[in-house]
Structure formats: structure tokens, C-alpha cells
Design a protein around this ligand. Structure first.
Ligand code: SF4
Length: 455
């Protein structure tokens, strides 16, 4: 398995793509800033959302049970899944019960996390993703590279090639309007012929037993309203206590995600329509374990807006696939080691710890602090490479003795000046993509002592 560094190097081979990826995401970050500045009470909303989620995390089981009781009373079937395997088996059993071999699915990062498409395909079920970005990555046999913009890494010409191959558009056609129309026709036929539709869940309200699905394309509604069976997959952290709290979260979500004032469709599902069957699957899959990690439990406040990715200088220039986990970027680097410390030990190091992610997070997750804390856990648990472990031990030793630190600095400056090839060579990973700095004549400590002495 390649790590973040190796996968970033692959992404960085195509420099124009990196620049365009960087600029596009920064453009979205700027749109977010403009939208946020139009809401004077923004910081109050963030603080309120964070406090509501504190309450939820402290009383999670009580709210989930309240939700279950109300959802059952509304006529919804409620299922509990301890992990991805159970989640997939539950979905499969519902499909089997209805003798269904084809399903339409709107955007759901949870089903990506559970690898539902692979599981169902192996069991002879055809799944069509109805979110345009998700459909594009599905046709390309890829994972989403961003939680809100799944195919942000793809150029329109590449999408044109995929549509030519699978949807029969003209060869070389890359006009977004024509491609979108082709996807629309293709998906309309899917919506009309599928008996089962699966959606994600953005928020579930304990007080009423309803759940809310936010999309810009209306695809979740189209699938759910036309199907005989609606299944919703939900991570257990998506619960909120009361309906009035939606007013806080819905105002934060889309402004943070895309800079829009509101999501185009925020649909409430409370009970099945006459003749329809509605199921909701409440999935743990490691969330309870994360709740028990005091330093990392706040990561469960995440409302999946993607804002921390759009602002992250590392994400923007390394691409979502370099994180080799379903949720990429800063929040993904906190969530992934909870699932598998060994496999994702590299991710908390894929950050400059600049703190921009924490600044934009609408629910005030201390993202960069948690990344820093994960590094400490991973080093202590022995999950970092020997090179990193040895160099950290060496640095600890050097930094513990001021005279040794001063000597190391002098030696480093002298080497960079007189034997630059010892630093500027391909064995130095920093040199690969950077100009090494011109060494200063003296250290800050030397400068400070000299100048202070003159006074
Ligand atoms: S961590 Fe915060 S900024 Fe990142 S996706 Fe979640 S809610 Fe959005």
C-alpha cells in the first residue's frame, strides 16, 4: 500500500492539474468566506452548533433510542449495524426480501465507508449512483476524492471520454451542459425503473423521528419518491436533539461547503407514503470507539461540509486520493486512524498544522490539535516508520542540550554554505520540490546576544 507521500508524488506529476485543483478549491474557500461575512452571527452559530453536538455526544445513546422510538411510531423500520459488514448485510437482506437486483443510490459517504457498492456487486446487485459527481467516479471505477465534490480531481475532457464510452455521447464532447443533459437522461430512466432507492442522512431529529437529506441536484428526492422502498444509511453521530436545531446546522452546512446560502433541497423524511416501505440503518462502525477517545471524540461533531479540505494547503496540492481513505483531507486524517492505526499512520503527518482547517470548521472541531495528538499516539504505539522514529529521538536529544543545539545549527549553516551538495541532492526529500534556503550568517540566538550586548 502506497502512503500519502508516494501518492502525492503521483498526483504532482501533472503540474497543470495540481495548479487547477488548488485554484478551484481556493475559489470555493473564497466563496465560503464571502457567504460567511454576510452572516453577522456566524461565530454564534458555530458556537451553538458545537455546544449542541457536545450535548449529543454526551447523551448519544439516549438520543438514538428516542429517535428509534419516534421513527418506529412513524412507521419506519429501524436497524442497528455494529460495523460495515452488518450494514451491508442488512441492505442486502432488504433487497432480497423484495426480490430486487437493481438499486439507485444518492450520495452517501457512509456507504463508501462500508464499501457497499462492491459488496452488492459481488452479490449480483447492480447499484447506480445518482449524484452526478458520484456517477462520474463510479463510471471511472474510482473513489470520490472529496466528500462534497467527488470528482473535483477530474477535467471535463476526461469526463467527456467516460460519457462517450458509457453513455454514448459524441467523441471529444466536453461541454458541461451537454454532458449534464446526457447524465440526466440516463439517470431519469434509472429513477423510473428502480424499486429501491438508498439515500444518506445529513441530520436525524430525535424529537420527531424524522431525517433530513440535503442535495443540490434533487437526486435523493427523485429516487426516494419514485421507489417502493426507501432505505437511509446513517452514521450514529448524525443525530440532533430537536427540530429547531436544524435552523443552526442548515445555515452552517452549505455556506461552509460551497458558499451557497442554503442547499437547493433539504428534504425531510418522516414516514413512508401510502404503499411505500421506509428503512433506516443506524451504523456505528468505529464511532463508539472514537467517542471513547477523549482527545478525538470531537471529530464526531463533523457535518461533512468539506470546508477543511478546501482550505488545506496540503489537500489542495496533493489531491483527495493521496489520503487512501474514504474521507480524505484533515478530518479524514483524524477519522481514519481510529479505524486502523497501522494502515493510516501516515495521515496525521500529512498536514502543516497551520490551523486553517480549525478556523473554518462550522462546528469548531479542533482539527489541527487532534492531528498533532494523533502523531503522539502513533509514535507511542510504534506505528511510524523507523526513519521517523529514529529522527524524532535524535531531535529530542539535540533539543535537550542547548550547547549541542547551537553546535548543530553552526554545523548545518557551514555545510549548506561550503558543501551544498550534501544538502541539495535527491536523497533529501525537501530538495525534490523546493529551493533550499540560503543559510543565514548567524543564528537568531547569536544575533540577539550581539545586538543586546550593544545596548
Ligand atoms: S471537520 Fe469541520 S470543516 Fe471538516 S468536513 Fe467536518 S464539519 Fe466540515
Amino acid at each position: 500500500m502506497k502512503d500519502h507521500v508516494a501518492l502525492s508524488e503521483e498526483f504532482n506529476i501533472d503540474e497543470p492539474r495540481v495548479n487547477w485543483h488548488d485554484e478551484t478549491l481556493w475559489f470555493i474557500r473564497q466563496k465560503r468566506d464571502k457567504a460567511v461575512h454576510g452572516v453577522p452571527e456566524w461565530e454564534w452559530l458555530r458556537e451553538t452548533a458545537s455546544q449542541v453536538k457536545n450535548n449529543v455526544l454526551s447523551n448519544l445513546s439516549a438520543y438514538l433510542e428516542q429517535f428509534e422510538a419516534n421513527a418506529l411510531a412513524n412507521g419506519i423500520f429501524v436497524h442497528w449495524a455494529a460495523d460495515a459488514k452488518e450494514h451491508n448485510e442488512i441492505i442486502h437482506s432488504i433487497l432480497r426480501k423484495h426480490y430486487v437486483e437493481r438499486m439507485v443510490k444518492s450520495k452517501s459517504m457512509l456507504t463508501e465507508e462500508c464499501h457497499l457498492n462492491d459488496y452488492l456487486t459481488e452479490n449480483g446487485i447492480e447499484v447506480i449512483d445518482s449524484d452526478l459527481g458520484e456517477r462520474i467516479v463510479q463510471l471511472g471505477k474510482e473513489r470520490p476524492s472529496h466528500i462534497v465534490l467527488p470528482c473535483i480531481h477530474k477535467k471535463k475532457e476526461e469526463i467527456g471520454d467516460l460519457f462517450h464510452k458509457y453513455l454514448g455521447t459524441a467523441e471529444g464532447e466536453s461541454d458541461p451542459q451537454i454532458l449534464t443533459e446526457a447524465a440526466r437522461q440516463h439517470l431519469r430512466e434509472t429513477f423510473l425503473t428502480r424499486k429501491v432507492a438508498l439515500t444518506g442522512v445529513n441530520f436525524a431529529v430525535a424529537e420527531t423521528g424524522e431525517f433530513v437529506v440535503c442535495t443540490n441536484e434533487g437526486n435523493a428526492d427523485m429516487g426516494a419518491h419514485l421507489a417502493d422502498v426507501h432505505i437511509a444509511s446513517m452514521g450514529i453521530e448524525k443525530i440532533i436533539p430537536e427540530r429547531k436545531h436544524l435552523g443552526v446546522f442548515l445555515r452552517l452546512l452549505t455556506r461552509s461547503a460551497t458558499g451557497q446560502p442554503i442547499t437547493t433541497y433539504s428534504s425531510h423524511f418522516k414516514s413512508p407514503r401510502a404503499g411505500q416501505e421506509m428503512h433506516i440503518v443506524l451504523v456505528d462502525n468505529g464511532r463508539s470507539r472514537q467517542l471513547g477517545r477523549e482527545d478525538f471524540r470531537n471529530s464526531l461533531k463533523c457535518i461533512r461540509c468539506g470546508s477543511c479540505m478546501n482550505t488545506c494547503p496540503v489537500y489542495r496540492r496533493s489531491g483527495g486520493h493521496s489520503y487512501h481513505s474514504v474521507i480524505s483531507g484533515p478530518i479524514g486524517s483524524i477519522l481514519a486512524p481510529n479505524l486502523d492505526m497501522k494502515e493510516f499512520a501516515d495521515l496525521p503527518f500529512a498536514s502543516t498544522l497551520c490551523g486553517s482547517c480549525s478556523n473554518v470548521c462550522p462546528v469548531k472541531i479542533d482539527i489541527h490539535d487532534q492531528l498533532y495528538k494523533w502523531r503522539q499516539v502513533l509514535v507511542k504505539e510504534g506505528y511510524v516508520s523507523n526513519t521517523k522514529a529514529v529522527s524524532m529521538k535524535t531531535m529530542t536529544w539535540v533539543l535537550s542540550f542547548p550547547a549541542l543545539f547551537a553546535f548543530a545549527g553552526r554545523t548545518g549553516r557551514w555545510t549548506m554554505k561550503n558543501l551544498p551538495f550534501l544538502v541539495n541532492n535527491k536523497l533529501n526529500p525537501w530538495y525534490k520540490a523546493r529551493e533550499m534556503p540560503v543559510p543565514p550568517k548567524e543564528s537568531f540566538r547569536e544575533w540577539y546576544t550581539k545586538n543586546r550586548a550593544q545596548k
